[in-house]
Design a protein around this ligand. Structure first.
Ligand SMILES: [Zn+2]
Length: 256
């Protein structure tokens, strides 16, 4: 028998494995209950199988993606804490559209005065999509267009950042007006998504009705992206996810 010194590295590793295996006994995964081998010294600890280990890592990665993509002040916004308000026009319709966004192929345009929880519904939908493993991006339209001007970004920089993700969420159109080149940027983003990604998926919130965007190219793209054409068999001819959510202003109500 070789002494310890003369062993090659692989011989040493085989040795260590053999010694370790001698301590393995039958145990079970503390999450799914699957049978696994557990080191006898750790039999009373929480032991997990390989599949559950992978699930845990994936879940942690999704949470990291939420932290990376959703600003801190928005992260509490989920469907669980959205209150459907009968006094607010279309609050229930908007809730159901936002909730179904993950599984539908069409875009959404939610508009109305500030304080109608449009952003809440959009972020809730985004969190749902991220947790389902979808690649999501949030574009805060007014902030990012300010950056575009102040930091000397090019239109290509914005396209690069936002046009290519599968699930795009655009918040706050109309807050800074839609004149000049800002509307060209919006058009560029939508056009690239339609032509290159072949996707209608975009979730938009706005303070203004679609017609007030004032650019026919953008308006017709958004209508196209938010419209689904059902088959004759299912009896649904056409659905348009362009919804005004409105009534009283919840933020003002709280302040009074
Ligand atoms: Zn398991």
């Amino acid at each position: 028998m070789k002494n310890e010194q003369s062993k090659t590295l692989s011989e040493t590793l085989i040795d260590i494995n053999a010694k370790y295996s001698a301590f393995l006994i039958d145990g079970k995964c503390s999450i799914c209950g699957a049978k696994i081998k557990v080191h006898k010294n750790f039999i009373n600890e929480k032991n997990t199988c390989e599949k559950c280990d992978r699930d845990i890592i994936e879940k942690q990665e999704r949470i990291k993606r939420i932290e990376f993509n959703i600003p801190l002040g928005y992260r509490h916004m989920t469907f669980d804490n959205y209150r459907v308000d009968k006094m607010t026009k279309n609050s229930d319709v908007a809730f159901s559209i936002a909730r179904n966004y993950l599984v539908r192929n069409e875009g959404v345009y939610l508009y109305g005065a500030p304080g109608q929880d449009k952003t809440h519904l959009m972020i809730a939908s985004m969190q749902m999509c991220i947790l389902s493993g979808k690649n999501c991006r949030l574009l805060n339209y007014s902030n990012e267009l300010r950056n575009y001007k102040n930091r000397g970004w090019t239109k290509e920089d914005i396209f690069e950042k936002y046009a290519n993700c599968k699930y795009l969420f655009i918040d706050d159109i109309g807050a800074t007006g839609t004149k000049d080149d800002t509307v060209d940027i919006l058009y560029g983003i939508l056009q690239r998504r339609i032509e290159i990604l072949k996707t209608k998926k975009v979730f938009i919130t706005a303070n203004i009705p679609l017609a007030d965007i004032g650019d026919d190219r953008v308006i017709s793209r958004i209508i196209g992206m938010c419209t689904s054409y059902g088959s004759r068999e299912d009896g649904i001819e056409k659905e348009v996810n362009i919804v005004e959510i409105g009534g009283k202003d919840k933020r003002l109500e709280g302040a009074l």
